[in-house]
Design a protein around this ligand. Structure first.
Ligand code: UDP
Ligand code: MG
Length: 328
């Protein structure tokens, strides 16, 4: 089903969330803009400055003097990549948009292939890492474990090794924006909205400069957020575990009772008693902790705070379109 898309009258938005990317900017733009400029499609680059503490914003403003298609969304603080991407999609005006990282780990050449699939009718084109050679062994293993477990417990299917590098058609962008939850797990949200999806494979290269913003502890928290966002299994497992331990406890009680009746009182038992108490109080604590995770989520979501807050928008082309300050 070939969609009749006249490229020359279409606009593509390239959304790039940035936190402390000062060192990568020059190279990013020297690679990205020639590729886009050579292609017969209108483009805009939506750079979201996600509370950088270096001179990312100053460099972006400098770049925007020569790059009139660059729109800068300066957030009031660091809201995290997921929220920064949401901000980018909110301000993107394209018929389609591609989200990519600033560090060139997502090859910009692939955008052309993505546009090609978009023209052929796909509403989402997802970049999948063919190899994770640039990641450490531990990161590869934990990523595999994450995808295996989330796909077991979640109703929607997550494509392993798909990052946020993907093209969304306008219909998919609007659907994505309509999911306005505060705790955002984009991989899941992209999968949840559905649409016709095409996977394109690429090698994930090394970061061009700067350092990754993700620490292992953050990744672990992110994985737990993902699982608790898209599955009720961690909540429900306690019901079954409870039934199982109650039955086991009852049977053990019957055994102890009968033994005491038949053989008399057996005083020793301190060790087994202690083990039971410790084990089951630990188990209960985990259960309460999981409840806490979900209640914490309800607490955050019920406040309905904005997902991001904009300090200022720098936009050469639509200077009059946006005011300054409290935009969200
Ligand atoms: N990023 C962001 N806000 C954050 C952390 C990261 O906007 O709080 C951006 C970052 O500047 C980069 C992209 O998200 O453009 C991916 O980040 P990073 O390269 O650190 O992640 P990794 O490639 O290691 O997954
Ligand atoms: Mg990176």
């Amino acid at each position: 089903m070939n969609r009749e898309i006249e490229l020359s009258s279409s606009l593509i938005s390239i959304i790039i969330p940035m936190k402390n990317e000062s060192a990568t900017l020059a190279q990013l733009f020297s690679v990205l803009t020639p590729i886009l400029a050579d292609f017969p499609i209108n483009y805009e680059i939506v750079a979201v400055n996600d509370g950088s503490c270096d001179d990312t914003l100053a460099k972006l403003i400098e770049l925007s003097k020569n790059e009139i298609n660059l729109k800068i969304i300066d957030l009031s603080r660091n809201f995290g990549k997921e929220a920064a991407l949401y901000a980018g999609f909110s301000y993107a005006q394209g018929d389609c948009a591609v989200a990519m990282d600033a560090d060139l780990q997502d090859p910009p050449e692939l955008i052309l292939e993505m546009i090609n699939w978009w023209q052929q009718g796909y509403e989402i084109v997802t970049g999948v890492h063919q190899s994770r050679e640039s990641d450490t062994y531990l990161k590869r293993k934990t990523a595999n474990l994450f995808y295996q477990s989330i796909n077991k417990v979640s109703d929607i299917k997550f494509t392993p090794n798909a990052g946020d590098f993907r093209l969304l058609d306008r219909t998919a962008i609007n659907a994505f924006l309509s999911l306005d939850e505060r705790v955002r797990f984009n991989k899941g949200l992209f999968a949840w909205i559905g649409f016709k999806e095409k996977l394109v494979y690429h090698k994930r290269s090394e970061r061009t400069a700067g350092t990754s913003q993700w620490k292992y502890l953050q990744l672990f928290k992110f994985a737990i957020d993902g699982i608790t966002s898209f599955s009720k299994a961690p909540l429900e497992v306690w019901f079954y575990l409870g039934i199982f331990t109650a039955i086991a406890g009852f049977l053990y009680g019957v055994f102890i009772f009968t033994r005491t009746i038949l053989l008399g009182i057996d005083t020793p038992g301190y060790a087994s008693l202690l083990i039971f108490v410790l084990f089951f109080s630990g188990l209960q604590m985990v259960g309460v902790g999981i409840l806490g995770k979900y209640i914490g989520r309800i607490f955050i979501e019920s406040k309905r705070r904005p997902i991001f807050i904009v300090r200022k928008i720098y936009d050469n082309l639509n200077a009059n379109l946006h005011g300054e300050g409290n935009e969200f």
